[in-house]
Design a protein around this ligand. Structure first.
Ligand code: NDP
Length: 308
């Protein structure tokens, strides 16, 4: 539970964090308090999740006790409407104010997609990603955030960021689970010293946005068998696999018993177990970005091009 990976800056990130997407208002604050009480030291947030104020209230209570701000790694994400360089610092300050923090540990560009305030889309080339990146670097210089990174970026798009970067991206947060393993993207990021966070590590079971006509990841027979073999749950197999394959991971739950279960992963999968899970890869994206493609500027191809 206390294990960490080191980021390119030298800062450390706990390998398991609590996800907060679709963690509803009225329960998310308690989930964050439970997680920290149960030993989590990493919380994954985003402005677009609409729950940062309640998480901020939870932080206020927690940090008044024995756990201090500097003990917890807090991530948030810059939304698509705030990529213009002159908007970046304001967006970060709004998140800081909602979370009640003076700095973030990690701030990510949430998607490689630009939108106007009214939700309409701008072509990806309309705001050079290097300009957004420079504005993020300035936020590091001002002490508003310790590390900066990206999310849902293909290797091709990561390369574009690297080209003009003075501060290297510390992280690429991507969908990753047994059905979508992205070995080439993972290898590329690690070769550049960029850590990878696996989101939806359980395959986001029950998510009303996704089609589960096939079995959900945690219901897969091979995963269930491995769970039986190790006397753990399918969720624990998925989380252990994520860590053992070199990624940070951020399972979401608002249920105390599951929050605890998801962080109790100190067993070991054998090489044979890892191979069995590797064989389950079918390149299946749940969060496929199709919601960004109902306009003339983005297609699924342009979004993910250069990922493999
Ligand atoms: P997860 O794979 O973490 O699955 C979450 C779902 O699994 C919830 O329905 C949860 O329900 C359920 N669950 C949690 N623990 C267990 C368990 N032990 N056994 C059975 N079911 C369980 O999916 P997410 O899509 O939420 O991804 C995790 C986090 O990653 C997000 O919350 C968010 O922070 C981040 N993310 C980032 C994205 C990005 O674009 N950068 C995109 C998507 C996610 P319940 O709460 O009822 O327990």
């Amino acid at each position: 539970m206390d294990s960490t990976f080191t980021l390119v800056s030298g800062n450390k990130i706990p390998v398991v964090g609590l996800g907060t997407w679709q963690a509803e208002k009225g329960v998310v604050g308690q989930a964050v308090k439970d997680a920290i009480e149960l030993g989590y030291r990493h919380i994954d947030c985003a402005a677009i999740y609409g729950n940062e104020k309640e998480i901020g209230e939870a932080f206020k209570e927690v940090f008044a006790g024995d756990v201090k701000r500097e003990d917890v790694f807090v991530t948030s994400k810059l939304w698509n409407t705030m990529h213009a360089p002159e908007k970046v610092e304001d967006a970060l300050k709004k998140t800081l104010s909602d979370l009640g923090l003076e700095y973030l540990d990690l701030y990510l560009i949430h998607w490689p997609v630009h939108q106007n305030d009214d939700g309409s889309f701008l072509p990806y080339e309309a705001i050079p990603i290097g300009d957004t990146w420079k504005a993020l670097e300035a936020c590091v210089d001002k002490g508003l955030v310790r590390d900066i990174g990206v999310s849902n970026f293909s290797a091709k798009k990561v390369k574009q960021v690297l080209q003009g970067a003075r501060i290297k991206p510390a992280m690429n947060q991507i969908e990753r689970h047994a059905y979508l393993q992205q070995p080439k993207l993972l290898e590329y990021c690690l070769s550049e010293g960029i850590r990878v966070t696996a989101y939806s590590p359980l395959g986001s079971p029950g998510n009303s946005m996704y089609d589960f006509s096939e079995k959900a990841v945690i219901e897969t027979e091979a995963i269930q068998k491995l769970a039986e073999k190790h006397n753990v749950t399918a969720a624990q197999v998925c989380i252990r696999w994520a860590i053992q394959s070199g990624t940070v991971t951020i399972p979401k739950s608002t249920k105390r018993h599951r929050i605890q279960e998801n962080a109790t992963v100190d067993f070991k999968l054998s090489d044979e177990d890892m191979k069995e899970i590797a064989a389950l890869d079918k390149g299946h994206r749940y969060c496929d970005g199709s919601f960004w493609t109902k306009n003339e500027h983005y297609t699924l191809e342009s979004l993910w091009e250069g990922t493999e």
